[in-house]
Design a protein. Structure first.
Length: 83
């Protein structure tokens, strides 16, 4: 029996989950930055800053697609071992 390190095996969808997490974090930081002027009493940021905040939802969708792809691959693998 050979042991493989956890980082060596990349399941289908893992890359999408990682990319989705990064995009989500960028969107979350942008959301915090755009909300800050409301509490600090300064001028609001331009519309582009609010558009970057939408990356939070996009990242969530990308990560969700990666999870679904991983689930589908695991089901295919489980189905092929039963047959």
């Amino acid at each position: 029996m050979t042991a493989t390190p956890a980082g060596d095996s990349a399941a289908p969808g893992d890359g999408l989950v990682r990319v989705g997490a990064v995009v989500f974090i960028i969107g979350a930081v942008a959301t915090l930055v755009t909300v800050a002027p409301l509490f600090l009493g300064t001028d609001p940021f331009p519309t582009l800053a609010y558009a970057v905040s939408m990356l939070m939802g996009v990242g969530f969708l990308i990560a969700g697609a990666g999870v679904m792809r991983s689930i589908a691959a695991q089901r295919r693998q489980a189905g092929s071992t039963r047959s």
